[in-house]
Design a protein around this ligand. Structure first.
Ligand SMILES: CC(C)(COP(=O)(O)OP(=O)(O)OC[C@H]1O[C@@H](n2cnc3c(N)ncnc32)[C@H](O)[C@@H]1OP(=O)(O)O)[C@@H](O)C(=O)NCCC(=O)NCCS
Length: 193
């Protein structure tokens, strides 16, 4: 089990990381991160097994190769012209290393230049760290789903990007991706796949 309280931070660079599609063997490690990240509202292991067979779902795992250890994951659905991010989390001791950002960029990269124009998600109204990440990437808050989270009846903010294929968005994205690459010393193996 991993502890949510003040873990020793681990710093990683792109050369130590791999991004790849999530596999069913990953689910036990995903569940470790899930339970410390989302408390009582977290998904079950069956949800992940089912999602990996969901035709519209795309689930990625971020691996720290030297250990090896699964340090984060992200999933999204592709429906018509929209991508809906269903989950994203980073192992607590790996947070603050731009890995959440890396996985968000992976999902944007996979959608750009395709028929997908908008990326949306729900986030707890009090989850300011995640909201900051989404604001950084041009998401705007476009509505509220009242009492969306059943554990404490918390509202969800609905956040969405502008058209990710617009010239303005591409400009923002390319700037941020360049900064991310500089921070991580490159992009990991498997990025964009
Ligand atoms: C949200 C989460 C995925 C972010 O991952 P992370 O790897 O720690 O974050 P990053 O290092 O990539 O940070 C990227 C941006 O997010 C925001 N952010 C992340 N942590 C933050 C913090 N502690 N305080 C303020 N902003 C923060 C910042 O905008 C940051 O950009 P910056 O580095 O230029 O300031 C991670 O905190 C997590 O797993 N949280 C629990 C699960 C969760 O809430 N998922 C989101 C559900 S909607």
């Amino acid at each position: 089990m991993i502890s949510p309280s003040e873990p020793t931070q681990v710093n990683v660079q792109a050369s130590q990381l791999e991004l790849r599609r999530m596999r069913s063997q990953d689910v036990p490690e995903v569940m470790e991160i899930e339970s410390v990240s989302f408390g009582r509202h977290h998904w079950s292991d069956d949800s992940f097994y089912n999602e990996m067979n969901n035709q519209v779902g795309r689930y990625y795992a971020l691996i720290h190769q030297d250990v090896p250890k699964l340090v984060g994951y992200l999933g999204f659905w592709l429906i018509a012209d929209e991508s809906h991010i269903t989950t994203v989390a980073v192992r607590p001791e790996y947070r603050g290393n731009a890995l959440g950002e890396l996985m968000l960029v992976q999902s944007l990269e996979r959608c750009m230049g395709s028929s997908i124009h908008w990326v949306t998600l729900e986030v707890r109204v009090t989850n300011y760290n995640a909201q900051n990440l989404y604001y950084k990437y041009g998401f705007a808050s476009v509505g509220v789903r009242p009492k969306y989270y059943q554990d404490n009846q918390e509202d969800a903010l609905i956040m969405t990007t502008p058209d990710i294929n617009s010239a303005d968005y591409r400009k923002l994205y390319n700037k941020l991706k360049g900064e991310l690459e500089a921070r991580l010393g490159g992009l990991p193996r498997g990025f964009g796949m």
